[in-house]
Design a protein around this ligand. Structure first.
Ligand code: PMT
Length: 400
């Protein structure tokens, strides 16, 4: 039995020359045991006949949003709910742009907007259109929304140009679909993940505090990625300006002591604990009751050490799988490995926070992840993509 056996795949065909490959694509998906339904755009019909697609898929081909008869058979919302997976192949620059901007002016784009299923795009266009800023920026948006982008390939194009923009060949598209379903088998269903995120604020007096530049973006992206694969997620969050990811629970805290209390209360019921927060190592020993007045030329504040939250979670008798972060500005590997051992962690994700455009308060990150025996690199990408890769790594390491 193949991994595509019984999977409901909706193939969306838009109007590019590569549409001629879609009857073969449908046949190969059917060979794998998939149940395939096809939606074509009006311009797709110039390149491939709906009748051929109907014959090879064994199902009616849907083509109109405003067709009463078709809506009676399987309406656009039903189609959107039916699909386990949507593959748009070929995806023209125009269809990609419409999907990116939520334009739903035909059946294919409406189904994409109305479906909760994972969506893959197989771009097919002239190499200049592929390189156009508009197309590339649309693809960044789609990647950040977890759309899968299959291809494109490079080579001779129908218009005579040579370069990137060819739709992947049918066997490559089948492999990409298989890989997607293998990845989807990574599941955290039934697991509870607790994730610390954001900065802490250590009060000096009623109006002042010590803090850092953490925005919470990395921790929240991890929460979203864990939730997406079925985990129950609790975020223990320092003060941030971010909305709680859909379906996650959130406990708001301010200081390291409050974060410590919440973590020690939550961690014993957790399967995975990720310490992504930038916790202040020290707090003010004696917090002033009233606002400190500007009477002296010098002011000395005495700092005392905060408890180490992640190390204390790792000491729990029934400890979860514990993942720490390391924010380093030099000797990243050596310091990260030192923290892994000293804090008795299962894994540590190190980021070089001295580099521009990653780490604190940026939209991108890159990680070097260490277990006691292995090293993995996650290349610079959006925090959503980095989080997805880290979550997959945690699942794999935790199931060893
Ligand atoms: O929030 P963003 O703007 O998206 O930025 C993300 C990030 C840079 C904050 C994040 O990727 C990150 O590196 N988080 C860890 C920051 C940090 O405090 O690193 P550290 O090397 O000082 O601490 C090591 C580990 O111990 C961390 O897991 C930290 O959460 C934990 N720790 C530290 C001190 C303390 N008292 N208790 C802890 O649990």
């Amino acid at each position: 039995m193949t991994i595509l056996q019984g999977k409901k795949i909706l193939l969306g065909v838009s109007g590019g020359i590569a549409a001629y490959k879609t009857p073969e694509l449908v046949r190969r998906l059917k060979d794998q045991g998939a149940d395939v339904r096809v939606v074509v755009t009006q311009s797709a019909k110039e390149f491939v006949s709906p009748l051929s697609l109907q014959a090879v898929s064994g199902n009616d081909v849907s083509e109109s949003l405003l067709d009463r008869q078709a809506e009676l058979a399987m309406g656009h919302i039903e189609l959107a709910k039916w699909a386990d997976f949507i593959l748009v192949a070929p995806a023209t620059a125009n269809t990609i742009a419409k999907i990116t901007h939520g334009i739903a002016d035909d059946l294919l784009t409406t189904v994409c907007l109305a479906s909760a299923a994972p969506i893959a795009i197989a771009p097919a266009m002239n190499q200049q259109m592929w390189h156009a800023k508009a197309t590339q920026e649309n693809l960044i948006v789609l990647r950040n929304r977890q759309y899968l982008i299959f291809g494109p390939g490079s080579g001779d194009q129908a218009c005579g140009d040579v370069g990137l923009g060819r739709m992947l060949d049918v066997p490559e598209l089948i492999d990409a679909c298989v890989e997607q379903f293998q990845d989807a088998e990574l599941s955290a269903a039934g697991q509870h993940w607790v994730i610390t995120a954001g900065p802490t604020r250590e009060p000096i007096d009623p109006v002042r505090y010590i803090s850092n530049h953490s925005s919470g973006k990395m921790g929240y992206a991890l929460a979203q990625a864990a939730r997406r694969i079925g985990a129950k997620v609790t975020i223990i969050s320092g003060p941030v300006n971010l909305a709680t990811p859909l379906g996650c629970d959130r406990i708001d805290v301010e200081s390291a002591l409050e974060m410590h209390r919440a973590a020690i209360a939550q961690a014993p019921q957790a399967d995975v604990f990720i310490a992504c927060a930038a916790v202040a190592d020290y707090r003010i020993g004696q917090v002033a009751d009233q606002k400190i007045k500007k009477s002296q030329d010098e002011l000395t504040l005495t700092l005392v050490k905060n408890p180490d939250i992640v190390a204390d979670v790792a000491k729990l008798e029934d400890k979860p799988f514990v993942v720490g972060f390391a924010a380093e500005t030099q000797d990243v590997e050596a310091y990260a490995k030192g923290k892994l051992l000293k804090k008795n962690l299962d894994m540590i994700a190190a980021n070089d926070v001295a580099k521009q455009g990653q780490g604190f308060n940026s939209d991108q990150n890159a990680l070097h992840v260490f277990s006691t025996t292995e090293k993995f690199d996650i290349a610079l990408a959006s925090k959503a993509q980095v989080a997805q890769q880290l979550v997959e790594l945690i699942i794999k390491q935790n199931s060893k």
